[in-house]
Structures are given as C-alpha cells and as structure tokens.
Design a protein around this ligand. Structure first.
Ligand code: NAD
Length: 486
C-alpha cells in the first residue's frame, strides 16, 4: 500500500517542494514483500547544485547564522513535539522503506525525538569561553560560530536516526544544510522536512535532494560552497568522499562501518551473555554499524556458549515489519542479500565452520522478500576474511581466547574501531578491558545502548569526528578567538 501522503514533488529546495529538474523518479519497494510504497523524485547534479546555492544564500544572508541559539533550540524542541505527535506515521513509513519491525521503528522514533530534544536544550548553553590573557590590558574570548553550509549524506539502515544526528546539531549551531538520504529509504526524510517547516525553519536553511550517491552525494562532497560534508555509511564510500572533498579542504566528518568484538569471559553470567550475543548481531538482521558481529569467547566457555547461541538462533522468527510474531526482518535489497551470501561462501571456503543458517529461509512467506537465516560461523581464524570484512548481515563469527591479554589483542586486531563489548562477572577486569579496547564505544554486560548526551564515533578506520554529545555539536561549529588590546 503506497504512502498516500508522499507526492512526487519530494525535493525540498529554498523552501519549495519540487519535482526533479530532469524529471527523474524512483520507486521505493518494501524489502519484506516487494510492494510499491512510494514514488519519489530522483534528483540529479542540477538539483544538488540548486540546493547548495539556496543553502549558501540562506547562510550568507546572515539572519539565520546570527539568530539566537535559544530560539534555534526552541525550534528543535518543537520538532521533537511534532515527532512525538506523528510517531505512528513516521514509524510506519520507516518500516515500509526498510522492512524493519514496526516496534523497532517506533523505538527509533523515540530516540530521534530525544536527539532533537537534547540538541534543543544544548543550543545556547555554551557559546564559548573567556580566556586568561595574563595581562590587565587585554581581554580574550573563544566563541563558537556556525561552520556554514553542511552537506549531509546518510545510509539506509537507520534512515531517520542518522539524519537526526546531523540535522539537529546543525540547526543548533546555526548552519544551513543540504541533506541527501539513502536513495533506498527517503520517506522519513521527506516527513522530517515537513516537520522542520511546521516548526518554523526558514526557507533555504534546510534543503533535501533525493538521488544516488555518485549523482547527488558527490556534489555535496566536492562543491566549493559546501563548508562541511558529514557522511555516514560504508568505509569505501567514506574514502571516496574524503578524496572528493580534499581539493576544497572542507571539514569532513565520517561515521563508517565496524567489525565489532563481543568479548565473553568464562566468569560472565551465562544467560545474560547469550541474550546479548543474540541481540548484538541479529537485531535488524545485523544491519547495524555497531552490530556485535565477532563473538570472542574464552576457551573453556566456548562449547557451551556457542551451542546455546546456535540453538536459540535457530528459533528466531523471521518476518515482515507488521508481522506480530516476527523477531527479525529482511535485508534491505537483493543486492545486499547477495553480498551477505558471498561473504558467507568466502568465509566457509577459507575454513569457517557453518554451525547454522547460511541460506535463505524457505516458504511462501519469504518468497518476495530479501530474507536470510540467522547464521553462526564457528572456529574462524584471526586475521581471516570472515573477521576483517563487515558482512552487515545476520552473521555471527566465533573466535576463542585464552586470557585477558589474548582477548584484548584479538578484539583490537581490526582496522575498524567503532564499538565493542565485554561480558564478565569481575568489575575490575571489565574496566581494565574497556580501557584497553580501541573502539569508540564499549559496553560492559550490555550491548547497543547509546545516549544522545554521549559522543558516538569511530577509532581507526571507523571514522573521523563524533556525533552526539557536546563534541557532536562541535562538529558543526568553528571556534574563533577574539583578542582585544585595551
Ligand atoms: P553506502 O556507503 O553505500 O551509502 C551511504 C550513503 O552514501 C548513501 O546515501 C549513498 O547514496 C551515498 N553514496 C554512495 N556512493 C557515494 C559517492 N560516490 N559519493 C557520495 N555519496 C555516495 O552505505 P550503506 O550501504 O547505505 O550503509 C551501510 C554502511 O553504513 C555500513 O558500512 C555501516 O556500517 C555504515 N554505518 C555506519 C554508522 C555509524 O554510525 N558509524 C551508522 C550506520 C551505518
């Protein structure tokens, strides 16, 4: 059933809803059953350039950039109220585009409203600081100013959440922006632009251009009038965007992938470790940048833990977004499903032991969707393809360790550094290991929670910069030193 309320004029440029300049359109199909859910405008370079020009004018004109940060904060709080009011519409649109379970989309909407509320409250609380000059004849301050025009490029796995992490701090900071969401999941970005307009965002400040990365996203990365490009997505695309941005020396913020270790010591609470190992990887069918894809288990616990995980994985119910009994859903596309199949085939070829899954589920219910069974690959070798490449699917790999040093060494043996977890009954050991993990987020006896007030981002090749928290606002600001000789 298509979204009745998403018309074809779905580009938002300079305060107007438009169709694509070159007439392009794209059909959006639900990954669970292939139904047509929307037909949206597919923008091109022309649309992207017009949107950048609109954002540039709105910034250079100066009214928005010099507006009260408290007022911008109030606007964000009004957006949060609209998101709460319209939660059901947003969640349904998100589930239709992604195929994710409605309850998960509803949960995401609560987080998205919380993100807008956090940056709404943060705006205006910290405009800079007075700096001691060491002289009674001079005063000095550092003040935070907007960066300017921001280009934002986001992925399909948490479509509106990743948008919110960029749009909310940009508005708090007084920037203008052009947003390009994933071409696969544009619906909630369209609804958000309506909410921003309703909340009072001036024309030109927020612009939306739908389209592909090479066509629209690349303009945001390379355009000289864009001051910051903020990207969330895969490592390889992140490298391309860095290269495209380099000639104009703009600020670049990257939130990339992860190959996240989940370290389980033999002294961990068994049931807790099993429950979290399962949600760590099988939530949203593993299409989570911080998914616990690598289970790293102490030797003596290995057999018992893996047997139980396999037993439970085989009972996970797969289904569409509106199936009440579903515990996990489809992958985003046939192309992505093939990538996951290829990853499993290569891993098995290099020696991984397939304990369960490794295939598409059978049955009429799954025929038109992109489903894959929860999969466990045991006895994978350190440094192998299986533990270095992100599958971004419902595939858990298992490695063994002997002692604490061994666990840390294995968990850090990756070019990624997004997130990791440690399960143990020994709080001192938990802290020691957490301090030694080279990952941007570490959970102890838990997996996946994050807070809008705590920074999120990657060490190593998982990214550059931070989203959320005070540093997440700082990405969208410049610091200016003003020194006066009295
Ligand atoms: P992707 O890199 O294929 O695409 C992300 C976005 O980049 C899309 O909007 C796409 O259109 C655009 N894009 C693609 N090629 C481009 C180009 N040449 N120039 C400009 N833009 C381009 O990623 P995806 O498949 O949509 O998302 C999955 C990836 O995102 C995974 O690797 C996942 O780990 C990562 N991710 C990271 C985080 C995080 O917080 N670190 C969060 C979510 C997803």
């Amino acid at each position: 059933m298509p979204h009745a309320d998403i018309p074809a004029a779905t580009l938002f440029i300079d305060g107007e809803w438009r169709t694509a300049a070159e007439g392009g359109t794209r059909e959006i199909h639900c990954p669970a059953d292939g139904t047509l859910v929307a037909t949206v405008a597919e923008g091109s370079r022309t649309d992207a350039e017009q949107a950048v020009a609109a954002a540039r004018r709105a910034f250079d004109e100066g009214t928005w950039a010099s507006s009260s940060a408290w007022d911008r904060g109030d606007l964000l709080l009004r957006v949060a109220d609209i998101l709460v009011r319209d939660k059901a519409d947003f969640a349904r649109a998100e589930s239709l585009d992604t195929g994710k379970r409605l309850v998960e989309s509803e949960f995401d909407m609560d987080d998205i409203a919380a993100c807008f509320r956090y940056f709404g409250k943060l705006a205006g609380t910290d405009s800079g600081r007075v700096v001691d000059t060491g002289s009674p004849d001079a005063i000095s301050r550092v003040q935070y100013e907007p960066v300017g025009v921001c280009g934002m490029i986001t992925p399909w796995n948490f479509p509106l959440l990743q948008v919110a992490w960029k749009v909310a701090p940009a508005i708090a900071a007084g920037d203008t922006f052009v947003l390009k969401p994933s071409e696969l999941t544009p619906s909630t970005a369209i609804l958000l632009m309506r909410a921003l307009t309703e909340a009072g965002l001036p024309a030109g400040v927020g612009n939306l251009v739908l389209g592909t990365g090479p066509e629209v996203g690349s303009v945001l990365a390379e355009h000289p009038d864009v001051d910051l490009v903020s990207f969330t997505g895969g490592l390889h695309t992140g490298r391309t965007i860095s290269a495209l941005a380099a000639p104009t020396v703009k600020k670049v913020a990257l939130e990339l992938g992860g190959k996240n270790p989940n370290v389980v010591f033999a002294d961990a609470d068994f049931d807790t470790a099993v429950d979290f190992a399962l949600t760590a990887i099988f939530l949203h069918s593993g299409q989570v940048c911080s998914a616990g894809a690598r289970l790293i288990v102490q030797d003596e616990l290995h057999d018992r833990l893996v047997d139980e995980i396999v037993r439970r994985a085989e009972r996970i119910r797969i289904g569409g977004p509106f199936d009440d009994d579903a515990e996990t859903g489809p992958l985003i596309s046939e192309a992505h499903l093939r990538k996951v199949e290829d990853y499993v085939a290569k891993s098995v070829a290099e020696g991984a032991v397939l304990r369960t899954g490794g295939a598409r589920p059978e049955g009429e219910r799954y025929a038109a969707g992109h489903f894959y069974l929860p999969t466990v690959l045991d006895e994978v070798r350190q440094g192998s393809y299986a533990v270095t490449e992100e599958s971004f699917g419902p595939v858990l790999t298992v490695e063994r360790f002997t002692d604490e040093d061994d666990a840390v060494r294995i968990a850090n043996d990756t070019h990624y550094g997004l997130a990791g977890a440690v399960f143990t009954g020994d709080p001192a050991k938990a802290q020691r290991v957490a301090n030694r993990l080279r990952h941007g987020t570490v959970w102890i006896n838990d997996f996946h929670p994050y807070l809008p007030q705590a920074e999120w981002g990657g060490f190593k090749q998982s990214g550059i910069g931070r989203e959320l928290g005070r540093a997440g606002l700082g990405e969208y600001q410049e610091a200016k030193h003003v020194y006066q000789n009295l």
